[in-house]
Design a protein around this ligand. Structure first.
Ligand SMILES: [Ca+2]
Length: 352
């Protein structure tokens, strides 16, 4: 049976399931209610005196906490980082007051530390003042960005190489990691907030997102599952790590994450692997007119960024709409028909 399945997955955001490698926060509640640990170092200021949530925004105010030994109030999330894979931290924030301590802008910042062996820890933290950005190596990354306005600060970590800081998608700095080997008692952590005793800040945070998935594995599994050696075009596929954006049909965004996989009419033969959800930045999956068989894996719904997908003119035994409503263990006969599915889609997407 052939299905015609070209549509926008506008409903995905409400149905996506968090991956183990993902840690996003909403600010309808404090981070401590979402698994993060509130840390007050050198003072005993309670969480609700330093942070509050209002209107889906997290407000930090540590200006009155005091300086020097008294004054680190932040959030930490332990042991979610696998050092062998690249990862991303994206935060949308602004710093409205920074205590006028511009040589130490860590009154507000964010970062990560991870173990690469029993005795070696590395990581980087980014400190954001009103008009300066520094890293924990004491490099000045920028003095030209007005951080009192909201920006998207995105840190890309490659544990084998170093880090890349982007502000509003523009690469600002590439640097090495700081040596955190003297820090003990944990394997890894994510951190944000006020984490210096020598500076304080007032900040607003609208978004926090951490993600770590093996995109390369997602591509290789697809190649192996669908007889990649006999694709019509497999130019550059299975090349060295770092070459993935040059593989035929792979489209990358400005961070070199895979946002498009366009392999239509390319003789893909076999089943889609469940690790397709490793492509966690994917926006378009264009696979129509191939020889795909079996079931579309439910994991595809975990790709929260997905906007468009085409799977028509294959030999799949289910359709993607049915994934939304059916459990894997339900009988074939329980599946809703294609007309019902299209109706359901129209309802979800608001089309009358
Ligand atoms: Ca402080």
């Amino acid at each position: 049976m052939l299905y015609y399945l070209t549509f926008l997955l506008v409903f995905i955001s409400s149905t996506s399931v968090a991956l183990p490698e993902t840690a996003s926060l909403n600010f309808f509640s404090l981070p401590s209610a979402q698994g993060w640990t509130y840390m007050a170092s050198g003072n005993s200021v309670p969480e609700t005196n330093a942070f509050l949530v209002n209107n889906d925004t997290l407000y930090q105010d540590t200006l009155e906490v005091g300086y020097a030994a008294s004054g680190s109030n932040c959030y930490m999330l332990y042991d979610v980082i696998n050092y062998s894979l690249p990862f991303t931290i994206s935060i949308v924030a602004k710093v409205t007051q920074d205590g006028e301590v511009n040589d130490n802008p860590f009154g507000f910042g964010f970062g990560a530390v991870f173990s690469i062996s029993e005795s070696i820890k590395k990581g980087i933290s980014i400190g954001i003042g009103k008009s300066i950005i520094m890293d924990s190596n004491r490099n000045t990354l920028s003095t030209s960005i007005d951080n009192t306005k909201f920006h998207n600060y995105q840190l890309e970590f490659n544990p084998q190489i170093g880090y890349y800081l982007y502000v509003d998608e523009e690469l600002i700095f590439t640097g090495h990691f700081y040596d955190y080997s003297s820090y003990v008692g944990f394997n890894s952590y994510l951190i944000f907030g006020d984490f210096t005793g020598s500076s304080n800040a007032k900040a607003e945070i609208k978004k926090y997102f951490f993600t770590q998935t093996d995109e390369r594995k997602g591509l290789i599994d697809l190649y192996n599952n669908t007889d990649g050696s006999n694709w019509t075009n497999n130019l550059n596929w299975l090349g060295e790590p770092g070459t993935e954006c040059s593989w035929f049909g792979v489209i990358c965004d400005s961070y070199n994450h895979i946002e498009g996989l366009h392999l239509f009419s390319n003789n893909l033969t076999g089943a889609l692997p469940s690790s397709i959800n490793n492509l966690s930045y994917l926006k378009s999956l264009i696979l129509h007119n191939n020889n795909l068989t079996g079931k579309i894996p439910r994991e595809i719904l975990n790709i929260g960024t997905l906007e468009s997908i085409t799977l028509n003119d294959n030999n799949l035994s289910n359709n993607i709409i049915s994934l939304m409503y059916q459990n894997d263990d339900q009988k074939e006969s329980d599946k809703i028909g294609i007309e019902d599915a299209i109706h359901a889609l129209k309802v979800v997407s608001g089309v009358k």
